[in-house]
Design a protein around this ligand. Structure first.
Ligand code: ATP
Ligand code: MG
Length: 342
């Protein structure tokens, strides 16, 4: 059993063709439109890891229900998220993509895990505190129990590796604690999963302060039309101490400059232009918007093609959930037996 809390490097896979390829699991909420933080922080790892690992990726609609209460929007956004992930490079031949609620065993296991999880662990979770502040009129029980359902998502498939953004570090640690608590009470059953981060574990939002997040509305929607991307990038907060066009900029603290790192090796010259005030924030933003649009143009094209064939998307998601049924059922049988339910 590993004791590492987190890792930025990918663990070595089992020899190819071997029976015990390590299993990877990650989830993404259909709470809005896929954004740059999702891709740089997590999805590009999803794509890379599906080549070597047994990868399971989930659109977590049960989780989204903690904030999204419009049935039509949830259905639509679930499909849009699936199309986005496929467009960005998930390949149903190489990974399993499915919708959380299509495997309802996740919720049964979540209930069982709740019984080994002290409430105090959940109350201290940073994301719970953030969500309480974000939606003070809707502090539903799901927000508190969210990390238990997330633990269930991961361990039901006995996944050992979890590619996520850094904002998920506390949740992952909680999963590990829940696993320890379960194993302690009922005997060795689950392995503690390990997080894997990309080189950009946290991407700041257009406000330049908070992490980019679907529910905060500070996103750059990478598969949107170029005009939308341009507007979002032009709204970005840059170095707040750079008031006049002639003031030198500080690329280290400017989110626009930071994002340029991922869209061309010449970011060093772009930074230099800012430092010497040879270029202004507006120039640097325009360039960033163009680069993001052109980088994601092929994915946007694939996204539009997929959205024109919704039955194809639904078929992929159904096949994914069917493929996982034996694994989910096997874990549930084992857990029920250990807990005295059968
Ligand atoms: P919500 O606001 O509804 O929580 P989100 O934008 O945070 O949505 P999630 O669906 O919660 O997106 O997260 C999907 C994946 O993207 C997770 O692995 C998460 O860690 C990662 N991620 C989300 N935002 C960022 C970010 N700003 N930087 C890096 N990774 C991120
Ligand atoms: Mg989130």
């Amino acid at each position: 059993m590993t004791t590492d809390v987190e890792s930025t490097s990918v663990p070595a896979p089992a020899p190819s063709g071997g029976p015990s390829r390590q299993r990877i699991f990650s989830g993404i909420q259909p709470s809005g439109i896929v954004h740059l933080g999702n891709d740089l922080g997590a999805i590009r790892n999803y794509v890379a890891l599906q080549e070597q690992f047994e990868a399971i990726y989930c659109i977590v609609d049960y989780h989204a229900l903690t904030s999204l209460h419009d049935a039509d929007a949830l259905r639509r956004q679930t499909r849009e998220m699936a199309a986005s992930l496929l467009a960005l490079g998930l390949d149903p031949e190489r990974c399993t993509l499915f919708v959380q609620s299509h495997r309802p065993e996740h919720t049964e296991l979540a209930w069982l895990l709740c019984t080994v999880t002290p409430v105090s662990w959940l109350e201290r979770t940073p994301t719970y505190k953030e969500k309480k502040a974000q939606q003070p009129d809707d502090v539903n029980h799901g927000l508190l129990t969210y990390p238990v359902l997330q633990a269930s998502d991961i361990v039901i498939y006995k996944a050992t590796t979890v590619p996520v953004g850094k904002d998920q570090a506390a949740h992952l640690e909680l999963t590990r604690e829940i696993v320890r608590a379960f194993n302690h009470r009922y005997g060795e059953t689950f392995q503690e999963p390990q997080a894997v981060y990309t080189e950009t574990p946290t991407v700041l939002g257009t406000d330049g302060v908070r992490k980019m997040s679907k529910s905060l509305g500070n996103t750059i929607e990478i598969l949107a039309e170029p005009e939308v991307i341009r507007k979002q990038v032009m709204s970005m907060v840059t170095d707040t101490q750079r008031i006049l066009r002639t003031d030198p900029g500080r690329p280290e603290v400017c989110n626009v400059c930071q994002l340029h790192r991922w869209f061309g090796p010449d970011y060093v010259e772009i930074w230099d232009g800012e430092r010497t005030a040879r270029t202004g924030c507006v120039d640097t933003k325009k360039l960033l918007a163009e680069r993001i649009s052109s980088h994601y143009a092929p994915a946007r094209q694939r996204y539009l093609e997929l959205m024109a064939h919704p039955a194809e998307i639904d078929g992929i998601l159904e096949a994914g959930a069917d493929r996982l049924r034996p694994k989910a059922e096997a874990t549930m049988a084992e857990v029920r037996e250990k807990m005295g339910l059968r």
